[in-house]
Design a protein around this ligand. Structure first.
Ligand SMILES: [Mg+2]
Length: 303
């Protein structure tokens, strides 16, 4: 279980970093898939906002049990003030509103009211630390997963997707097969019908049908497809980051899932050695595979 938990934290960052240079690009043609960490707008191997916000969530979970949304919002604001290289639109809207004096709840609700049809992947991309922190309490895991989404993404599909991904990781950590874990999570988590339909159909999709946009439905579809149609960490992540479009976020989600399924030892060493970022943003401290694995250890031993 420890190896799987480390696989989850390292895998998410690896998928994020592998997808980073491909973000908003086209689908890779067959035979020309990217399999190595390459430079993009950031140096090769660098993780992005997806992992940074997950690390902020991890630190909040280590400081408070159950998760305290006000503390989490403060940590997100501190990250935002440090001028990270990447900030999603929805997250920028909510965090600047908090900086102007709104409570997190008002800010998140107003953002949802202003764009009620926006259901982006910004809360599901960072949700995995809850699955590690609450590994021993499924009820709390679902509650914390929902709250961590609501801090920036109030839309019911974002909230449900976050709970679904973490219940799925919960079962993977316990050794369930990927098919079994997806099935259990889909039955256990209450969710809007269109999201449930997307999840159910994901493994039967053809690569060409996957849009992989920033819509939470598309991200989940890509990640579940990647998990269920491959049989290794490497292949799951390679298939998903080569779909084009929102590659780093879909990469982070499938990386967390496949990492929890196969464990840290299944993550190619060349990727483990390359993955890194600055955490906290602005501190000049390097966060590498060692620190990422330690985050998993600390979250697991929290209880
Ligand atoms: Mg990103």
């Amino acid at each position: 279980m420890l190896d799987r938990a480390r696989g989850c934290s390292v895998g998410a960052a690896v998928g994020d970093a592998l997808g980073m240079p491909l973000e908003f690009g086209p689908r890779s043609p067959p035979g020309a898939f990217v399999r190595e960490m390459t430079a993009g707008r950031l140096p090769a191997g660098t993780f992005t906002d997806d992992t940074e916000l997950a690390l902020a969530l991890a630190e909040s979970l280590l400081a408070n049990r159950p998760l305290d949304p006000a503390d989490l919002a403060n940590r997100f604001v501190a990250w935002y003030r440090a001028s990270p290289s990447d900030v999603g639109l929805q997250i920028a809207a909510v965090l600047s509103d908090i900086i102007s004096g709104s409570t997190w709840k008002d800010a998140a609700r107003i953002a949802y009211r202003n764009r009620p049809n926006s259901a982006g992947n910004g809360s599901v991309m960072r949700c995995w630390p809850v699955a590690l922190a609450d590994w021993d309490d499924l009820g709390e895991l679902v509650a914390d997963s929902r709250v961590q989404s609501m801090v920036t993404h109030w839309h019911p599909e974002c909230v449900a997707a976050s709970a679904f991904v973490n219940v799925l990781i919960y079962h993977l950590l316990r050794g369930a097969s990927a098919v079994e874990a997806v099935d259990k999570a889909a039955h256990a988590v209450e969710m809007p019908e269109p999201l449930a339909v997307t999840i159910k159909a994901a493994s039967n999709r053809h690569r060409k049908e996957l849009m992989n946009t920033g819509w939470v439905r598309h991200t989940l579809e890509s990640a579940i497809w990647g998990l269920l149609t491959t049989d290794s960490f490497e292949e799951a992540v390679v298939q998903v980051v080569n779909l084009g479009n929102d590659t780093d976020t879909a990469g982070a989600v499938v990386g967390a899932l496949a990492g929890a399924a196969y464990g840290l030892n299944a993550i190619p060493l060349r990727w483990q050695e390359a993955v890194q970022g600055e955490w906290p943003v602005g501190s000049r401290a390097r966060c590498t595979v060692v620190e990422l694995a330690r985050v998993a250890d600390r979250l697991l031993s929290r209880g």
